[in-house]
Write a protein that binds this ligand. Structure first.
Ligand code: NI
Length: 188
């Protein structure tokens, strides 16, 4: 396993649409492990392959260990919200994730992103969903998710389609964050 560099805005790779994984081989499993290590190292709860400049449809998440700072819920309470029988524990690795359906209820949640570090915003998204993916054991899975996991899945799959959380904001709000962020990052 090795740590990878997480690319930041305005890196054009963040606009790339990732390609489906055709063969799940050692290379893919290594990328997933590297992504997980990189995510933990950056203290994140989710990471998409495009964020380490790999254009494959791979995401990793661990919503069970760290919560968004603005969320005032215990881990126990949060975990109780996840409605699925197949994920008993985090972390989760998803290959070729595909949202099958989104719930009707819309919720606003504070989001951040390792590719736009230091900037958060409240984003409205469906609060539940059904997602299909292949796991690291090559098993096809379909799960229901809500709460933070549902938000995280949508955020990470967006990355695979070249979409950032700030793209869900108004043009004005998006540009304010974008300009501030790239100005700050260019200093380093
Ligand atoms: Ni992100």
């Amino acid at each position: 396993m090795s740590l990878k560099e997480i690319i930041k805005v305005p890196n054009p790779f963040l606009k790339v649409t990732a390609k489906p994984v055709k063969v799940i081989d050692e290379n893919i499993l290594t990328i997933l492990d590297d992504m997980m290590e990189t995510m933990y190292h950056a203290n994140g709860i989710g990471l998409a392959a495009t964020q380490i400049a790999i254009d494959k449809r791979l995401i990793v998440m661990d919503c069970g260990k760290k919560k968004f700072e603005t969320q005032d819920k215990s881990e126990k309470e949060y975990n109780g919200k996840i409605d699925n029988e197949q994920i008993e524990s985090f972390p989760i690795k998803m290959i070729n994730p595909e949202i099958i359906s989104l719930g009707e209820n819309i919720e606003e949640m504070e989001e951040g992103c390792l590719s736009i570090p230091g900037y958060n915003a409240k984003i409205k998204r469906p609060s539940s969903l059904k997602v299909k993916y292949i796991d690291e054991n090559k098993k096809s899975k379909t799960i229901n998710a809500d709460g933070l996991l549902a938000t995280c899945i949508q955020h990470e799959i967006d990355h695979l389609n070249g979409i950032l959380f700030i793209d869900h904001l108004s043009k004005l709000k998006r540009e304010i964050i974008f300009k501030k962020a790239i100005k700050e990052y260019s200093k380093n």
